[in-house]
Design a protein around this ligand. Structure first.
Ligand code: HEC
Length: 107
């Protein structure tokens, strides 16, 4: 192949890449068994599933295995997204759930 042909093949291969690569976490469990969680955390869980499944699967955060501190940082990042539609109070409740969940997992 001429160098030009090589460059064209490479350019075509790069253009074919999907813009968001598949994330392995999306293939993990997409729910948490909260039946033994305190009632308050069960309510927070419902809110979490609702708010955090809009742009990616809810499996993504569920399988992320972040600790409470990492969640604090990460939630702020998610909340800055323009279509997040989550109030500060809702974010506090979601954080409370994620903290509880990660501590139960021993993170
Ligand atoms: C407005 C769209 C949107 C909403 C709503 C949203 N996310 Fe995301 N999230 C993204 C995008 C886009 C990515 C991939 C890019 C990135 O990591 O910033 C992502 C990635 C993630 C990741 C993987 C991060 C990493 O770096 O490994 C986690 C965890 C996550 N989101 C958690 C959440 C949680 C928890 C919520 C609910 C509060 C939420 N997301 C709501 C758009 C969103």
């Amino acid at each position: 192949m001429t160098p030009l042909a090589v460059a064209l093949v490479l350019a075509a291969a790069l253009a074919a890449q999907p813009t968001t690569p598949p994330d392995l976490r999306d293939k993990g469990p997409n729910h948490v068994d909260v039946s033994e969680y305190p009632a308050e955390q069960q309510e927070h869980y419902v809110l979490f599933v609702d708010k955090c499944s809009k742009c990616h699967t809810v499996a993504r955060p569920i399988n992320s295995r972040f600790n409470a501190q990492e969640w604090k940082v990460y939630l702020k990042r998610m909340l800055r997204r323009p279509d997040c539609n989550t109030s500060v109070e809702q974010a506090r409740q979601i954080y409370s759930f994620l903290k509880f969940y990660s501590e139960r997992q021993g993170q």
